[in-house]
Design a protein around this ligand. Structure first.
Ligand SMILES: [Zn+2]
Length: 434
């Protein structure tokens, strides 16, 4: 029993079969408790004490600490979320909660986001417990609830209410990084996340004079909000070259053998194919209208109208962005902040990064680790609040033709079994030397 390369497949399949859909509403979200009990059971079985922490009924996270050989060193946090976004079974080739093994892939919602990494962490921890391996420093394992709805019931809850569990943690690894992008047969870039854009969901409110829809009316809230939304939706904010994106693009141009025009990097980025969307969004602040709300009767001009804008800001740009946005929408609309979480950015250097790079190269001689910025947000936003230096490093070697970024929250999400087993080997090496 117990080869981690076999076990990771079994554990990932088991986790995929537990439906942990997070709808953003406690009444309809399910399965996190069952997944947490499964994880705690897998750890307990090999003698690792794991505790379940509930922020609300059913909203469960699991934390355990592996004791390191050198208690004078700071601890490393390894985190993965247990929840997934919803999936419509009728749109899928395999059932999203079936955990089916087909064509060399494990299929299911969460296969790459991120039950794959949860399973890798469990497989490595169990193997170490059985064979008596101790890491060089304390490793805190956190399996969280609610990442897909902002982490309020998961990572942020742990940071707010159980900070002591994270005592001594100065660095962390979690999603979305460590995956490969094939350049040639013997060169693969492994994108390690060293930065994340900030989140700023805001609501624009327009107020006007209410009135009858049949009359001449020049102070209409619906018109005002519609004009602002149209301007925002079509606006391109100026390009800002951050250190992370610059480093990534330099690696990219070198690897692809193309000259990079720093004033117009989008030509080079377009050559990335499927991951171009992921990278393109990290060149500038973005603002996408996502919701509109106005009116209650066809012939009544309402006194107010509102729109929600999903804004994502580059590190250090949050305040400047609001000034730029104000210029686009004009002076009259009120801005309400619905959710604000800062960007994060760290440097791609130091012993932890060296350990990542060495572990990747040992398992893939064609590996070239490169830093990159994620345009979305992860649980790292919560852990950063404790001053923890956060990385996305969930190692995964991918087949060259797989459209990886489309699988995130996408239909037919699946993970290659060989990639999963590669990930276990890299993670094992990395954690032993971190
Ligand atoms: Zn995720």
């Amino acid at each position: 029993m117990g080869d981690p390369g076999d076990e990771v497949v079994d554990i990932c399949r088991d986790l995929l079969r537990i439906d942990t859909t997070n709808t953003g509403d406690n009444a309809t979200s399910a399965g996190e408790r069952a997944a947490a009990e499964y994880v705690a059971g897998k750890l307990g079985e090999v003698g690792i004490a794991a505790e379940i922490y509930e922020s609300a009924p059913g909203r469960a996270s699991v934390v355990a600490r592996l004791e390191g050989t050198d208690p004078s060193r700071d601890a490393l946090l390894v985190h993965g979320h247990l929840d997934v976004v919803p999936a419509q079974a009728d749109e899928w080739t395999a059932h999203p909660f079936g955990g089916e093994l087909r064509d060399g892939f494990l299929w299911g919602r969460g296969a790459i986001d991120m039950k794959d990494f949860d399973a890798m962490v469990l497989a490595v921890a169990r193997d170490w417990a059985r064979t008596g391996v101790r890491p060089p420093r304390d490793i805190v394992l956190a399996f969280t609830a609610d990442e897909e709805a902002g982490g309020g019931y998961g990572a942020h809850f742990l940071v707010d209410k159980h900070r002591d569990l994270l005592d001594g943690c100065t660095e962390a690894v979690g999603e979305v990084g460590g995956f490969s992008y094939t350049v040639t047969e013997d060169l693969r870039l492994y994108l390690v996340e060293t930065a994340e854009k900030g989140i700023n969901w805001l609501r624009l409110h327009a107020r006007g004079r209410p009135g009858h829809g049949s009359m001449v009316h020049d102070d209409n809230a619906v018109t005002a909000v519609a004009e602002a939304v149209a301007r925002v939706g079509r606006h391109r904010f100026p390009m800002v070259m951050t250190p992370t994106v610059r480093a990534f693009l330099e690696h990219l141009s070198d690897a692809l053998g193309v000259d990079l025009d720093p004033d117009d990097p989008e030509i080079a980025i377009a050559k990335l194919g499927p991951i171009a969307n992921l990278i393109g969004a990290t060149l500038r602040n973005t603002a996408n209208p996502t919701r509109l709300e106005a009116g209650y009767k066809d012939n009544v001009i309402p006194s107010r109208a509102s729109a929600t804008i999903d804004c994502r800001t580059l590190p250090g740009q949050a305040e400047l962005f609001l000034e730029q946005l104000r210029e686009v929408i004009g002076p009259d609309l009120e801005i309400e902040h619905v959710q604000r979480q800062p960007a994060l950015e760290t440097t791609f250097d130091g012993a932890l990064v060296d350990a990542m790079a060495a572990a990747l190269r040992a398992e893939d001689p064609g590996a070239r680790p490169v830093p990159y910025m994620l345009s979305g947000g992860t649980d790292a936003k919560a852990f950063q609040r404790l001053g923890i230096r956060c990385f996305g490093f969930a190692p995964l070697r991918l087949p060259p033709d797989l459209n990886f970024s489309a699988l995130f929250h996408g239909i037919d999400e699946r993970v290659p079994v060989e990639g999963l087993q590669f990930g276990v080997r890299v993670l094992d090496r990395f954690l032993r030397t971190s």
